[in-house]
Design a protein around this ligand. Sequence first.
Ligand code: NAG
Ligand code: NAG
Ligand code: NAG
Ligand code: NAG
Length: 238
Amino acid sequence: MLRFAVTLFAVITSSTCKKYSCLEGETHKLKPSPEPNMQECTLYSESSCCYANFTEQLAHSPVIKINNSYWNRCGQLSKSCEDFTKKIECFYRCSPHAAHWIHPNYTAGIQSVPLCQSFCDDWYEACKDDSACVRNWLMDWEWDESGVNHCKNECIPYSEMYVNGTDMCQSMWGESFKVSESSCLCLQMNKKDMMAIKYLLSESSEESSSVSSSEERACQKKLLKFEKLKEEEGGETR
Ligand SMILES: *[C@@H]1O[C@H](CO)[C@@H](O)[C@H](O)[C@H]1NC(C)=O
Ligand SMILES: *[C@@H]1O[C@H](CO)[C@@H](O)[C@H](O)[C@H]1NC(C)=O
Ligand SMILES: *[C@@H]1O[C@H](CO)[C@@H](O)[C@H](O)[C@H]1NC(C)=O
Ligand SMILES: *[C@@H]1O[C@H](CO)[C@@H](O)[C@H](O)[C@H]1NC(C)=O
């Protein structure tokens, strides 16, 4: 009975607090909160689903492994490729918005997070001379008893593993990401995401899977303004 009450309570709170909750992975917090002492993933430091100590593993290049998952099975990733891989890891572990795209059957996972075409193309370019032995980094490993990942197949260059950036983004992490048709209502794992997120989380985009053209226009306008502002500040936008 107590267990039932607890479960019911959990269901009620998780549905009412849905907007603010985190994914249910092993490193995720229950709710996002500020993490002023993050070493990496600082894009999310104001509201983070990971603890600052999680990011210690990402702070030293080359990153060898995250928990038991080794990144260097086909040799050390190049710095540029590692940087992109980190951005994805940070989004998954730390973004307070990742849970918006929670996988319906697997609450530690995400599904169809819209990435920008340019982000995927740049990522592909950054990794094309690196090698990999798995096409799907969630599914294709051989996992040993202690949960450590090993290659089942030969290492081949990313450029052979994936046809292009779209193919890479849409297969490397299973169903987690899709490439957006919009160049604005999509994520690129930098400060511009705040603009896109505002529209992506709005109710109208929840009702229809394709985003309306007025939202697209509004987003483009906002982005332009943001870029102008950054230019005046002389700040970095990427
Ligand atoms: C990270 O920090 C959190 C909160 O401060 C703590 O609960 C957790 O045990 C820490 N994890 C590790 C691996 O140190
Ligand atoms: C991964 O690390 C977190 C703490 O950082 C720990 O709680 C969790 O059990 C670890 N998972 C595995 C599979 O080692
Ligand atoms: C979730 O599981 C159901 C039942 O097994 C299946 O029909 C559905 O396709 C799954 N959804 C996704 C997105 O994988
Ligand atoms: C990427 O490759 C796929 C599969 O060959 C192709 O359909 C798609 O048009 C390509 N995309 C780009 C942007 O080149």
